[in-house]
Design a protein around this ligand. Structure first.
Ligand code: F6R
Length: 246
C-alpha cells in the first residue's frame, strides 16, 4: 500500500489542503484526537487552522491532541521547547482545552515511565485519528532517526548531529539538546490516518527514498508505505527526485 502523493505549488497551497483535512475531521468528529508536529513546515498549516477557527468554521473545544516529541531537559517555558512552540503557534489562538493537549514531558526524571504514561494516554483517548508528520532530511519522522525499528514505541532517543544542526535555528545561539522523547514508528503507524508534509529541495532526497525505496529503518519515513491510509503532501521542489510525472 503506497502513500497517496499530492504535489502542490507552494507552502500556502499545502497549508490549505492539510488544514482542510483537519477541518473536515473536526467537523465530522468534534472530539477527534489530533496528532501534531512541530518544526518549520507545519507553521502555515497551523496559521490556516487558526484562520478557520476565527472565521467560525471549526472548533477544537472537544478535541484532544498528542504531539510527536519533545527535547529532553527543556522546561515547557523554554522558547525552543515543543510545548512552548505549540502554545504560541496554535493552542493560544484556538479554543482547545489545555488539559486535553499532550506533549511528552522532557523534564521527566524517569524517561521510561514518562514514555509508558504517554502511550497509555494515547490508548485511553482511543488512539489518534489523524497524525501530522514532517520529515527530516535524513528521513526521520518524529525524532525516530535512521535505524529506528518499525515496531519502536515512545522512548528516549539520541539525536543525530545533522538533526541537531538543522534545528539550531530555533535555539538563538543556545545548545540543541542531545536527546528527545519521541513517539515510536510503531506508535505513529497506529494512527488511523497519517499526513506527511514536506517543502523545499532539501527534503527531495528523503521524499524519494521514503516513497520509492523498499521500506527500511534506514529511512524511518518509509514505514508509511506500510500504512493503509497515509498521504504525502509536498511542493514541486520536494517532489523533484521522484520518478514519473509530478
Ligand atoms: C517535529 C518532528 C520532526 C520534524 C522534522 C522536519 O515534531 O518530529 O520530525 O517534522 O525534523 O522539521 P522541519 O519542518 O522544521 O523541516
Amino acid at each position: 500500500m503506497s502513500p497517496r502523493l499530492i504535489v502542490l505549488d507552494d507552502a500556502a497551497a499545502i497549508a490549505r489542503h492539510v488544514a482542510a483535512m483537519f477541518a473536515g475531521l473536526l467537523t465530522d468528529r468534534p472530539n477527534a484526537v489530533l496528532g501534531l508536529a512541530t518544526g518549520g513546515t507545519p507553521v502555515p498549516i497551523y496559521q490556516a487552522l487558526i484562520a478557520r477557527h476565527r472565521a467560525g468554521e471549526i472548533s477544537f473545544r472537544d478535541a484532544a491532541s498528542f504531539n510527536l516529541d519533545e527535547y529532553v531537559g527543556l522546561p515547557r517555558t523554554h522558547p525552543a521547547s515543543f510545548a512552548y512552540f505549540m502554545a504560541t503557534t496554535l493552542f493560544d489562538h484556538v479554543d482547545i482545552t489545555p488539559s486535553r493537549t499532550h506533549i511528552p514531558d522532557g523534564m521527566a526524571t524517569d524517561a521510561e515511565a514518562e514514555s509508558a504514561r504517554y502511550e497509555a494516554a494515547i490508548a485511553k483517548a482511543g488512539g489518534i485519528d489523524l497524525q501530522l508528520l514532517g520529515i527530516g532530511a535524513n528521513g526521520h519522522v518524529g525524532f525516530n532517526e535512521p535505524g529506528s525499528a518499525f515496531a519502536s514505541r515512545t522512548r528516549k532517543v539520541t539525536l543525530t548531529a545533522s538533526t541537531r544542526a538543522a534545528n539550531r535555528r530555533f535555539f538563538a545561539g543556545g545548545e540543541v539538546p542531545e536527546q528527545a522523547l519521541t513517539m515510536g514508528i510503531g506508535t505513529i503507524l497506529e494512527a488511523r490516518a497519517l499526513v506527511l508534509v514536506a517543502t523545499g529541495a532539501g527534503k527531495a532526497e528523503a521524499i524519494a527514498r521514503m516513497l520509492q525505496a523498499p521500506p527500511s529503518p534506514d529511512c524511518p519515513a518509509s514505514a508509511l508505505q506500510l500504512h493503509p491510509d497515509a498521504t504525502v503532501v509536498c511542493d514541486r521542489e520536494a517532489a523533484r527526485l521522484l520518478d514519473g510525472p509530478a
